[in-house]
Design a protein around this ligand. Structure first.
Ligand code: HEM
Length: 413
């Protein structure tokens, strides 16, 4: 077993270095198992704890004594961070904000994205899927290979989030590259030249969003962006301009880069297992468990982190102040204590509850939307093209944090 070799030869710090290197980026799971052999909650070095167990990840994510990395924390670890617009952009969002401001921002954003509004989007998602499938049929006519990621898995979530925010169709393809570049900033171990790419993308995106905000302020319509611009909570607070920008960046990027990969992973599993493809086409209710298992098996976001502002004890481990805890949901989702035969893709597992959308106060705002998109898109795609087949080697993105394919050639049959 590769992980046994890894575990014997390498210590936790070396396993982590290999995990984020190109080989690990292609398949991080053996590296997670090698880490697990050292412990589910693992002191890697002073200031760094890594969490790979399901129960441990849940506990850390729900622990109110821990914080997300916000601007005061960035000041401490990376004094130069303010010179990077990509880092500045995200720190104004709720994902990089702690209570009490976090609650205010989250309430304002969720008031404009309620479960009722999300379920009201179902007909829109169905209509958009059908339109994209028509387009796919044209592109793949006569057996021409098409890239499933660029032409479908990416286009559906970007169309949905763009509809929500009122972004016109001609900007949507541009978003793919910009969003991917911006997300580089979140990788954590980013090299300066990569951060420069993220900064440029953030500047372009900010300029565009500024334009959009100005337009909506002058002429509000019924979209999510107009509601965010107007959003006020009970105390009469509203989002400041920087907070609005930060949260828009987050919604846009979190809203489709991740869902794209959920759809990509889901299609590829089904193409490897024709019995699952048949059930996705024909069995009512099957897509729900199938999407949960896809989320568990290949989480588009592999990890997140928390910060201990003061000494804490978690599950008998004493964690000194200023320790960073890297919570690897991709590893927790394969914890054999929680999931028997974790490396087997099994949509019939009972009670899946993957860690993929995190837990606690930062639990993903868009989880119901992402689930709905995948539950609609996968059966529709497979019904429309019953002979869909992979037509070449799919390639994984060379990234660890946001895991997915950048290219999946298929023929429609
Ligand atoms: C498969 C798709 C998705 C995955 C895997 C995903 C994953 C995550 C994760 C792991 C977090 C929490 C990170 C942490 O606690 O540190 C999160 C937060 C968030 N997600 Fe998602 N997400 C997805 C789709 C979406 C969509 C479609 C939207 C928007 C429409 C969205 C908006 C957000 C927002 C606003 C937060 C911040 C919540 C907070 O800080 O309180 N996500 N997401």
């Amino acid at each position: 077993m590769a992980e046994q070799v890894l575990e014997q030869v390498l210590g936790p710090a070396e396993i982590i270095a290999a995990m984020v290197a190109p080989e690990g980026r292609q398949n991080p799971y053996p590296f997670y198992e090698a880490l697990r052999a050292h412990g589910n909650l693992l002191h890697v070095k002073p200031g760094l704890v890594v969490v790979v167990g399901y129960a441990e990840c849940t506990r850390v994510l729900r622990d109110g004594r821990l914080e997300v990395q916000d601007d005061k924390n960035y000041d401490q670890i990376y004094p130069d961070w303010r010179s990077h617009s990509s880092l500045r952009g995200f720190t104004n969002s709720m994902l990089y904000t702690n209570p009490p401001d976090h609650g205010r921002m989250r309430r304002l954003v969720t008031s404009a994205l309620t479960p009722r509004q999300v379920s009201g989007l179902r007909p829109t998602v169905e209509r958009m899927s059908d339109k994209l499938l028509d387009r796919l049929a044209e592109l793949g006519a006569g057996g021409a290979p098409v890239d499933l990621m660029a032409e479908f898995a990416f286009r559906l979530p970007v169309a949905v989030i763009s509809e929500l925010l009122g972004v016109p169709e001609d900007k949507q393809v541009w978003f793919r590259q910009v969003a991917a570049d911006v997300m580089i900033a979140l990788e954590g171990l980013t090299k300066p030249e990569e951060l420069a790419i993220a900064d440029r993308a953030m500047d372009d995106l900010a300029a565009y969003l500024n334009e959009l905000i100005e337009r909506r302020s002058a002429e509000p319509s019924d979209d999510l962006l107009s509601r965010l611009v107007q959003a006020r909570d009970d105390d009469g607070d509203r989002l400041t301009h920087d907070e609005l920008m930060g949260n828009l960046m987050l919604l846009l990027n979190a809203g489709f880069d991740t869902t794209t990969h959920l759809i990509g992973h889901g299609v590829l599993q089904a193409l490897e297992r024709p019995d699952f493809a048949d059930r996705l086409r024909d069995e009512p209710g099957f897509p729900v468990g199938y999407v949960e298992e896809t989320l568990r098996f290949e989480p588009p976001v592999q990890a997140t982190s928390r910060w201990a502002p003061a000494d804490v004890t978690i599950m008998d481990m004493e964690i000194p102040a200023d320790t960073k805890l890297v919570v690897i949901m991709g590893a927790g989702n394969r914890d054999p204590l929680r999931f028997p035969e974790p490396d087997r893709f099994d949509p019939d597992r009972p009670d899946i509850q993957p860690l993929t959308f995190a837990a606690g106060i930062h639990y993903c705002v868009g989880a119901p939307l992402a689930r709905m998109e995948a539950q609609i898109a996968l059966p529709k795609l497979l019904r429309r093209f019953p002979h869909l087949a992979v037509a070449g080697e799919p390639s994984f993105r060379d990234r660890w944090l946001v895991r997915g394919h950048d290219y999946v050639p298929v023929t429609l049959g």
